[in-house]
Design a protein around this ligand. Structure first.
Ligand SMILES: Cc1cc2nc3c(=O)[nH]c(=O)nc-3n(C[C@H](O)[C@H](O)[C@H](O)COP(=O)(O)OP(=O)(O)OC[C@H]3O[C@@H](n4cnc5c(N)ncnc54)[C@H](O)[C@@H]3O)c2cc1C
Length: 486
């Protein structure tokens, strides 16, 4: 029987990102996907700065940037096209070292992720391979899959398995865990178009049409691509709504047939749900397999990338040191709280677009003195897990510090954690950590001062594990996490 360190089920954005992050550790990885190639229907068009930083870790940003544009933000308008809520995305580099928000075409990202995976000798991708059965044992996972072309059955064994197998995840079913429905279920049509000529009347911002008669969304995508999404009413037939006649009639206020071609069109059931268990023994779920949200904030895929970033170094550590149940449990506790907040805020946005609520009441919406409402992007907290909750710096994202034009402190860690120490503290430091003396980087000393810490321990996924102000505190932190941050 063939044996691997890890099997990844599903090569969408979550599986592609996770495989790349794990491959960086030199692990042997089998990736199984039942499709012949990429998923052909319209999906993600937006991602954020935190996600771009994960792509930077993988090493695809240089090439991938060419296929992205900076997102200018979203306007919510009422049936008279009056702006009722503004969500600007300032063109300003964030702590993550990237712009707050980008637009892209999902297949372009998936191509880059696959291209990068080809550089790793120990990564094997098998398309046309449908996973049928997954059995968890104390020390390994057994997998049965079928080749969808010749219908032959194959058996493989790996030390861990991650199901990145999307909304109808077989992995989740085999784990016998259920999805909790959080309440938003609605059918929408999604139409991707390619412009044949310049259309200056089409805005650069995303527009959410909060119109009870026809809730809809317009997206300005990369190059000549534009997208419209619109809600389907209960009594409407799918076939009729997807017909060219119906679509061109809907598009009349903006486009006619001579302006653009329809690239792809489909109907989705937008849902909001979260799995109860994200791990069973050596089996995990990530991405849409673990959570679903409507696309109003463009965060579904982003959440899957965050899962991958949280989980990759934990599995790699368990493979290199030893299997550690409590450590692996922190994957779900840290991630699920964060994703739940995205789902709940997205649902409120969805209700607003449906004009069910007059204005969503969330902490991230403010009114100015003229009564114009504007929204800020949310940055939900990481749930409890590693580190001490009473430590105010624990779970904060560690900013990306540029060392010069071409290098940043991020280049020094991704497999190991880093310990940042100001010269005031003395501790015996093992070679396990990348050690950085804050005195050597001025911006870093200022940062430590601002967060009121003399030392911080940063995880490979760029979150702060803990901070300290005395030799005793830092020694305690290092002792507690000596096996984990290596
Ligand atoms: C209209 C729309 C717009 C969206 N816009 C955004 C956006 O702007 N930003 C954003 O962040 N998100 C957005 N999303 C959400 C985003 O597209 C998904 O969250 C993302 O694609 C999920 O990625 P994934 O890797 O978890 O799963 P998927 O992309 O679904 O990949 C799952 C993979 O698993 C494979 N698979 C399934 N079962 C098996 C099996 N038994 N054996 C082997 N392989 C299997 C499938 O073939 C597939 O390749 C949008 C979604 C929709 C529908």
């Amino acid at each position: 029987m063939r044996k691997f360190d890890i099997t990844i089920v599903g090569l969408g954005p979550a599986g592609g990102t996770l495989s790349n992050l794990l491959a960086m550790h030199g692990l042997s990885i089998l990736i199984l996907d039942r499709e012949k190639s990429f998923y052909p229907l319209p999906r993600a068009v937006h991602f954020d700065d935190e996600v771009m930083r994960v792509f930077q870790t993988i090493g695809i940003t240089k090439e991938f940037l060419k296929y992205t544009i900076i997102n200018k933000g979203t306007k919510f308008v009422n049936s008279k096209e009056k702006v009722i809520l503004d969500w600007p995305r300032p063109k300003k580099i964030t702590d993550n070292g990237w712009y707050p928000s980008y637009r892209f075409h999902q297949p372009d990202l998936e191509k880059q992720l696959r291209k990068k995976l080809k550089n790793y000798e120990k990564v094997l991708i098998e398309q046309n391979s449908e996973v049928r059965k997954i059995t968890n044992s104390k020390n390994h996972v057994d997998i049965t899959y079928t080749n969808t072309r010749n219908h032959k059955e194959y058996y493989v064994r790996s030390k861990y398995l991650v199901g990145c197998d999307g909304a109808n995840s077989i992995t989740r079913k085999q784990m016998k865990t259920k999805m909790d429905n959080l309440g938003f279920t609605q059918k929408w049509t999604v139409v991707d178009l390619i412009l044949k000529k310049k259309k200056n009347n089409l805005p650069d911002r995303t527009i959410q049409y909060s119109n009870p008669k026809q809730p809809a969304t317009y997206c300005r995508n990369v190059g000549k691509r534009r997208r419209w999404e619109f809600a389907i009413k209960k009594n409407q037939s799918d076939i009729k709504v997807l017909s060219e006649n119906y679509i061109w009639n809907f598009l009349k206020p903006w486009l006619n047939k001579s302006d653009a071609i329809i690239e792809r069109k489909t109907i989705y059931q937008f849902e909001s749900a979260i799995a109860r268990k994200w791990r069973k023994g050596r089996i995990f779920i990530a991405g849409d397999a673990a959570h679903l949200m409507p696309p109003f904030m463009g965060q579904g895929m982003c959440a899957g990338i965050r899962d991958a970033s949280n989980l990759a170094w934990k599995i790699a550590t368990c493979l290199k040191v030893k299997h550690n149940e409590a450590f692996l449990n922190t994957y779900q506790t840290e991630r699920s709280l964060n994703v739940r907040e995205y789902i709940e805020t997205t649902m409120r946005m969805g209700e607003f677009v449906n004009a069910v609520e007059s204005t969503p009441i969330t902490d991230n919406i403010r009114s100015d003195n003229k009564g114009i409402k504007s929204m800020q992007s949310i940055k939900p907290k990481m749930g409890k897990g590693l580190g001490y909750l009473k430590d105010k710096n624990r779970g904060k994202i560690f900013p990306q510090f540029k060392l010069n034009k071409n290098t940043s402190l991020d280049d020094n860690f991704s497999k190991k954690g880093i310990l940042i120490l100001s010269s005031d503290l003395k501790t015996k430091v093992s070679k396990k950590y990348n050690l950085v003396n804050s005195k050597k980087i001025k911006k870093l000393s200022v940062y430590l001062k601002n967060i009121n810490a003399k030392a911080i321990l940063v995880r490979p996924d760029r979150f702060i594990l803990g901070s300290a102000n005395t030799n005793h505190e830092i020694n305690l932190l290092l002792k507690k996490y000596s096996e984990i941050l290596r």
